[in-house]
Ligand binder design. Structure first.
Ligand code: ATP
Ligand code: MG
Length: 391
């Protein structure tokens, strides 16, 4: 019975003069996720976004696609009544209730909105008159204005709209309305969640993965590509930079104290990520780090990886417990991919007893042992990067 959806958005309604930019970005993103499913018509009208569906559209598939669009607070399947004439409107709303709740064994309340302030009835009038009409037509119905089982929403605009199902959207803000960031994406549980969370605030994403063949396999890389695909389900198209990090790691392994390996490697990852971030016009880096989770994520370690970049580093999981991160990973369906047991470039070269309180001066000194040659290796890694366009 539904051929359209009314889309509600939350925070983007608060953006004052720039509001239309947010609304347009939201419409564009909805159109983008629906495009592969058929010919939908997405448009905005007076603080609402409407989606008109093609004949024979798949309801579940359409809802699922829109549940990945940041900026949507709720998705309401709606019946459009082509007129605002009171008699046609009441009959239409009655027919809706009849079809949706055939046994009529419900308590209800009518909620009304009118966009046209010249409409002969005020919103409270519409609620009352419509409620009376429904009770006359279906005497089995019961009114409950405090906690109704069903809220019959009636909106009178150029046409009239009736809905009573409200499906939650993901919230957040439309991707691209808040610039772009570079995500350091490993194959683990944390970084995909970090990317999702920052993107949810309206930030477009690019990603970089440090690959160390032959120590890390093709399958480990494929896992990262799979994770990038999952994230791009929310963020839209995303460019993934795959950096060959092997020679840099081997060089650090040869020249630097082994207990500092992870920290120094991390510092090189950040430096290289920042170079790609500049190229992509990103305004920050994103990592999945969380205080104290492992030796390389103590406050001391974070300070030491932080100092090599001049861009802000966003760490949305910084105060999350592992369990809470896992919950989000399950919700966004990255968990099962993340736990596939492929080696990760950091675990291979990891020391038995890594420093947990790296001393900045000491780390800088250790890096001096790498000499000019490390910069050549970094340049080569940047030049030979593989770029994968994730759709
Ligand atoms: P994750 O689950 O995201 O891998 P983790 O708990 O395994 O995190 P670390 O391995 O210490 O933690 O990595 C910390 C952060 O550094 C990751 O969240 C990620 O942002 C980045 N990182 C680590 N390894 C790589 C890699 N090979 N390529 C890209 N980024 C990486
Ligand atoms: Mg990891």
């Amino acid at each position: 019975m539904f051929k359209a959806f009314l889309i509600k958005y939350a925070e983007i309604g608060l953006k004052g003069k720039n509001r239309y930019l947010f609304e347009n970005a939201l419409c564009d993103r909805i159109a983008e996720v629906l495009k592969p499913l058929g010919l939908y018509n997405v448009y905005k009208e007076q603080g609402r976004v409407f989606v008109e569906c093609p004949d024979n559209f798949d309801y579940e598939e359409t809802v699922e696609a829109m549940q990945r669009v940041f900026g949507i607070s709720s998705i309401c399947p709606v019946v459009v009544i082509d007129d605002t004439d009171w008699e046609i409107l009441t009959k239409g709303v009655g027919d809706y209730v009849d079809a949706m709740y055939p046994d009529k064994n419900i308590t209800f309340k009518v909620m009304a909105k009118r966009a046209d302030k010249n409409y002969p009835l005020t919103s409270p009038d519409i609620c009352k008159e419509m409620g009376d009409y429904l009770l006359r037509r279906f005497p089995e119905l019961k009114v409950d204005v405090r906690e109704p089982e069903v809220r019959i929403n009636v909106e009178v605009r150029k046409k009239s709209y009736v809905y009573s199902i409200v499906i939650p959207g993901p919230g957040g803000m439309p991707v691209g309305t808040n610039g772009k960031a570079m995500l350091l994406l490993s194959g683990g549980i944390d970084s995909p969640v970090a990317g999702y969370m920052i993107s949810k605030r309206g930030v477009a994403m690019a990603a970089v993965y440090f690959h160390a063949p032959p120590y890390t396999s093709e399958r480990a890389k494929q896992k990262v590509v799979d994770l990038a695909k999952k994230i791009s389900g929310y963020t839209g198209k995303m460019r993934l930079y795959v950096v060959n990090f092997t020679d840099i790691q081997l060089e650090i392994y040869e020249k630097c104290p082994h207990d500092e390996l992870t920290i120094i490697m991390r510092r090189y990852m950040m430096r290289i990520a920042e170079r790609f971030a500049e190229k992509e016009n990103c305004l920050g880096l994103v990592t999945g780090e969380s205080i104290g989770q492992v030796a390389s994520q103590t406050m001391h370690s974070l300070a030491s990886t932080n100092e090599v970049c001049s861009m802000p580093v966003y760490r949305p999981l910084v105060a999350f417990d592992k369990k809470d991160i896992v919950d989000v990973a399950i919700k966004i369906d990255t968990y099962d991919t993340s736990i596939q047991p492929y080696e990760d470039c950091c675990t291979i070269f990891v020391a038995k007893h890594p420093v947990t309180k790296p001393n900045l001066k000491k780390i800088r000194n250790s890096e001096l042992r790498l000499g000019e040659y490390i910069n050549e290796l970094v340049d080569t890694a940047i030049k030979t990067v593989e770029i994968i366009e994730i759709e």
